[in-house]
Structures are given as C-alpha cells and as structure tokens.
Design a binder for this molecule. Sequence first.
Ligand code: SF4
Length: 697
Amino acid sequence: MNQAVRPRIAASACPHDCPSTCALEVEVFGNNAIGRVRGAEDNAYTAGVICAKVARYAERVHHPDRLKYPLRRTGAKGSGQFAPISWDDALDLVAEKFIRAEQAHGSEAVWSYLYAGTMGYVMRDGIHRLRHAKKYSGFFSTICVNPAWTGFIAGTGLLAGADPREMAKSDLVVIWGTNAVNTQVNVMTHATRARKERGGKIVAVDVYMNGTMRQADLPVLIRPGTDGALACAVMHCLFRDDKADWDYLDRYTDAPRELAEHLRTRDPQWASRITGAPVETIEAFAWLVGENKRAYFRLGYGFSRSRNGAINMHAASCIAAVTGAWRYEGGGAFHNNGAIFHLNSSLIEGSELRDPSIRMLDQSRIGAILTGDEDALRGGPPVTAMLIQNTNPVSVAPDQETVKRGFARADLFVCVHEQFMTDTAKMADVVLPATMFVEHDDFYSAGGSQYLLLGPKLIEPPGECRSNHEVICGLAKRLGAEHPGFAMTPRELIDATLQKSGWGTLAQLEAKRWIDCQPDFATAHYLNGFAYPDGKFRFKPDWPTVPFKRWHRTHASPSIPSLPDHWEVIEEADTEHPFRLATSPARGFLNSSFTETPTSMARERRPEVMIHPDDAAALAVTDGEEVRLGNRRGAVRLHAKFFEGVRRGVLIAESLWPNSAYADGRGINTLTGADPVAPFGGAAFHDNKVWLRKLVS
Ligand code: SF4
C-alpha cells in the first residue's frame, strides 16, 4: 500500500454481526488496497463513530494469513496438512461428494451450514437457494436471536420498537443486558447525548462491571439469568408507588390488574435474594423509571442467552408498558428492527423452491447431529456432507467436545469457504478462500437502527479468493440446481430484491448510500395498537403461539410462567459446581472474527476468567494463575484474573478466543450446553454451572 498516494473515499457498510451495521467511509488505494475506515458523519445513527476493530480493517483485508487459494486436505483430519488444488478441481470434488452422499442416503444427507460472518443478504443467504433447489437438509437458525426475539415479540407482537435515535431525547436510557461499549458502540453515542444535552440518566443492567456499566449513572449488577426477577421488582415498585399509567394500561395492555396482583409478592427483597443486587439499588432503579416518563429501554441479546432468556426479555420489555413510556418521544422499548424492512428475498434464497417435507436441523445442536443423535437428526439419515460458509462452529457452537467428535468422523465430507484457517477450516476436506466485504457487492439491513445500506465492491480480492455467490453458483452448475438467482450477478440480485421489496433500485441506493426505513412515530410507538389482533401488549403471552415468524421447533414447557417472573430453569450452582459462568463478548473480537488481527490479539492478551478476589482466596488461587474450569461437558485451561466487579460465585470469560489459544486446544464452548432454550430454541451461552480448580492441587 503506497500511503503517499491520496486515497479515494468510498461508501460502504459494516458486514459484521453487530446490531449497529455502521455506515462506513473507506480509504481506497488503487484497485487492491484499503486504508483507514471511518464512520459516516452524515448517517444519523452511525454519526461518525465506529469501533476500533473495524477502523483498522486494513489489518484483516491485508493480513498475511488470509486464505488465498483452494486447498485439499492431505493429512489426517485436523492435522492442518493441505495442498493447493485448482478451483475447478475443488468444486468438482465437492459436487462429486455431495452427489455421492445423496445417492447413498438421500438429499437430506447434505447439510449447508451458515451464519453471520457476513450479514450481507446476497453472500449470507444465497446458500439457502442451493439447499432449496437440491432439497438438502434445512437449517434451523437458533444460535443467536431466538430467545431474545421471541421474548420481545411476546409483548409487542412485532420485532420493532421506538427509533433508536430517540435515545438522545430520553430522560432515562436503560441499557439492559448488552455491553454496548464492547459490542455496539453507537448505543453509547446516543445515550450519552441524552446525558450531555438534557441531563438524562443512564442505567445499565449486567452481570459484571464492564465498560458500559462503568459509564452508567446507576449500574445494576446482578447474577446471570435473574433479569426476570429484577424486572418484576421494578414493576412491583411502580404499582406500589402509584407510578403505573392506568389510563395507558387499560387502553393498551391485556392483563394489567392480574399483573399488579401477581407482582405483590415480587418485591425488592425477593428480587435481591435472587439477583444479588441490593434492595436500595433496585429501589433506586424503580424510582428513576417512575420519575422519568421518557424512559427508553434498550434491551440487548446478552441476557437472553440463558435457559430462561425469552422469559427474562419479555419481563424487561413489560416495564415500559406499565409506565406508558411508549407514549413519549424518547420513551418505549427497543430490541431489534427486523420487522421494518419487509424484504422479499426470494431471488436470493430461492424460497419458492422450499419443500416443507424436508427436515430442519438445529444449528446449535450440530454436535448431536454430527454424532448421530436420533432426535437431533429428526429420525432422518446421517449427515455425511457439508458446505459451511460464514461461520466457525468448531469454535462458536456449544458443547464443543461433541462438535469436535462429529467433525472428526471419517465418513463426513466437509467443505469450508473461509477467509482464514479457522478451527472449523482445519477440520475440512476442502478449504476455499473467501472474499471480504470490500471485495464483493452486497447490501445490509441494521438490526439496531433503521437503515438499509449498500456495501459495493471496492477492490479486487487477493490471490484467487471468490465470493460466496460465485461458489454457490459454481456448485449449482455442477449439481444441476436450477433457479434464476444462479444466473444473476450480485448487483442484479440486489437491484431486483430492492424493487420487489418496494425500496427503489440499486442505482437509487447507490446514489443515496442508505435508505432510512424508520416507520412514523405512532407506528413505532404502537400508538395505533400493538401488533396482536386486539392491539394489546401482552403481559400474559401464549408462549407456543408467539408470532416469531421464522421456522421454529417448539420447546414450550408447561412450566413457562404465564406472567413475568423468575423462571427457575437455569443451571444453578451446586456443591459440585459452585460457580455460574458467562462467556461475554471481548471488545477486540466479534464472535470468532478479529481473533487474527494483531491489535485485537495484543489488546485481549490471552484467555482469562474473571473471578472475585474473595472467591479466589477461598480456593488459594492467585491473580494470573493458570486454572481449570470444568463441568460435565469438559474442562478448559485459562488464567485467573482478579476482578471485584462481579457478584461472588459468578465468573466471566470474555470471548471468543480460537481453541488453539488454550493450553490444550479446548475452547470456552467446551463448557456451554446445546440443550434447546424454550420456547423456540437457542443456545444458553451465559448459563453454565462450573467448578474452578488450581491446575496443580
Ligand atoms: S460498531 Fe459494529 S457495526 Fe459499527 S463498525 Fe464496529 S462492528 Fe461494525
């Protein structure tokens, strides 16, 4: 890269799995290099601010370890021994293996597996087109959103809320269960604007004193999985202190009197025993909510990654309905804007080809699926061939030991299309080099704001990297899969999808860089009624019929509480496992991305577990000492880090380090469980009981 040459500045969008989906300005040098990346100042949500890891994206794009050529495994699985192979030979081999798998066991023996390594519609979702056309096993996406989305929709009936930019107009911003400083910095931009410009207060609720908690006026530190109890106690105080808006409750909600009666026994003393938060803190939180009608509840994903996560999300979302905060600008609740974009993605996904008789396999249960668990396989054939794009399940999926056993199967053929030699790529038979977002055309929608954004191709990819779309189309040709989308370019797919969805054309999006899809105030605040037929917010949802619009398999339990509550289904600590472990996101990483960039690695240093010094003292563990964490799923080795900002008995392991960063190659997901979260599946990454022992005792 010749820094003496003046770059051109090109518009783009962040492709990563982060709710902000920032509007970017990228320095471009010629056809092959990028420089600094900045946030677009004139985008009302990004407002010129992006995280440090994307600002230094040139480190990823021009990383010497990028995969640049197709590879074929030559040694044992996982040995890391590969030899170069031509693209044609690689795709021929993958197609041949898929055809053989289909001939032996039927089309469901092939499983295409993806996730959110890119959030671009064309590159992320095109793999569905291939699987629909070929009737490969379906992909039941569960690893991230299901508990959170279900919990929010349970109340409102729709995955949408008050405009996130309204946080700047709030008198009280409640940042609940998301460490925005680490994971979506833009929330802090708007929340701190409320503080600076109108004296607004910030409350943060979390399980450790992270960066967001430290910036809050009132940090509410609780034990993992106890958010429902906190929400109930706050609502108890609001009813007790006559801060409930009864006019609003009677007009807009389903069972307010039943709720008030139910909450009589859920007082701050009750919640304090469950959450560990002092009674005075819970009272102070409730007082702030009661005194400030313009209270904005920014509800994150973190606290939903628990076996009672959906119920906790719903409970937290109920508070704004009790006070009628939805009536006011700067008030209400927000989790995600998934419902406002109404995209018709049929050309990308080939959804009209979907055969409903084909089984759906649960993404989070990949370990059980690959090791032949009958329930996980839904009574169908074994999976013997896989195509994996945009994800790294050997590192990120729960129940890692089982996942590894599955990938080690001699009769399983795996093709991984990736940017780096990840833990999953190391287990593959064929590894294909993938483009990064500045090397292909795509478009994005933001979960945490209201924009549709374009991310055009800005530079040529290095070596022989190909986009996901090219790989899918190359395989479709060899496999005889037919659909108009296979004959279209990414730009044609974007243009047609925008037009089918009523958002204009690609040329218009390119000229504007983004489209503001924010619904009007009354719609966003549900002033014309919530999205249930009777227009009422549900304090008492019928969980099995909550309108979570994705395909789902119900895990509804008769013991799900009908009204907000603390649901006692979490992995409680016991004598053998005296600690509760949360695997919260590290600032320098984004899931398993950025674990290769030098500045992120330098910042995060090594895998550590935060432990309260009093807990450490009881075990004679010293600060920095290497320890073992374990439970019935396995054990990992990492270093203890003394930290007073957790409740006693709680451990935090900021993640997600590659497995190879741990002394014995076992990553933190060795400890997490893959049992489905009620009611529609999910993974309880922050809900683990564990023991902690000295390495040599
Ligand atoms: S804050 Fe999130 S969306 Fe914005 S640049 Fe960073 S990772 Fe991307």
